[in-house]
Design a protein around this ligand. Structure first.
Ligand code: E4P
Length: 216
């Protein structure tokens, strides 16, 4: 499973990119708004840091508006992927954009049927939101299992980006289920790195080394 980072914060993206584990970035209108900066400038800056798919989301709700915005965003950099909400208008936009060779990420997926439709419309990626389903007492990971099974049944090459990840267990489950990608907030990447036994081990090695008065 590959990792994308789910943020529009440049410091977090730089830091995570240095770890060598990030293959792409996902943003959404809320994440962009949090940064309080010009949308296009932020997307350009991200594309200059991470050499991989960068999802930027359209705001229009009608397919013509989505297509116009998508074409503009796609011109920013070859790695831009257009995030389109899962609506009937969104599917129409995906159909047109995929024919133009513009990559799409259909977002706000909450059912396997939605994922299947998005794939058939030509989506490069689908983004099922596990955390928001868990929030309403529904099993978000069951959705990932269903989408993985259905895409395997029909050899669908649309990639599954597990989104709305809230903690490391979501990442572990996504990997066990065979999802292609997990888009992970910076905080969760940091949580995944940490283990108390690693910290305790480093402390003990340091203590023993000092006692023996050795040098490298
Ligand atoms: C990424 O594609 C999604 O926009 C993001 O993961 C949503 O996460 P949230 O449910 O924590 O806002």
């Amino acid at each position: 499973m590959k990792f994308f980072i789910d943020t529009a914060n440049i410091d977090e993206i730089r830091e995570a990119n240095e770890l060598g584990v990030i293959s792409g970035v996902t943003t959404n209108p809320s994440l962009i708004a949090k940064e309080g900066r010009d949308f296009i400038e932020v997307v350009k800056e991200i594309a200059g840091i991470v050499d991989g798919p960068i999802s930027a989301e359209v705001i229009s709700e009608d397919h013509e508006g989505m297509i116009q915005e998508a074409r503009k965003l796609a011109k920013i950099h070859k790695n831009i992927v257009i995030k389109i909400p899962m609506t009937a208008e969104g599917l129409k936009a995906v159909k047109v954009l995929s024919k133009e060779g513009i990559k799409t990420n259909v977002t706000l997926i909450f059912s396997a049927n939605q994922a299947l439709l998005a794939a058939r419309a030509g989506a490069t990626y689908v983004s099922p939101f596990v955390g928001r389903l868990d929030d309403i007492s529904t099993d978000g990971m069951k959705l990932i299992q269903d989408i993985v099974d259905i895409f395997n049944n029909y050899d669908i090459d649309t990639e599954i980006i597990v989104a709305s990840i809230r903690h490391p267990m979501h990442v572990l489950m996504a990997a066990k289920l065979g999802a292609h990608i997990a888009t992970v907030p910076y905080k969760v990447i940091m949580q995944m790195i940490k283990h108390p036994l690693t910290d305790a081990g480093i402390e003990k090695f340091e203590e023993d080394w000092k006692k023996a008065n050795l040098k490298i």
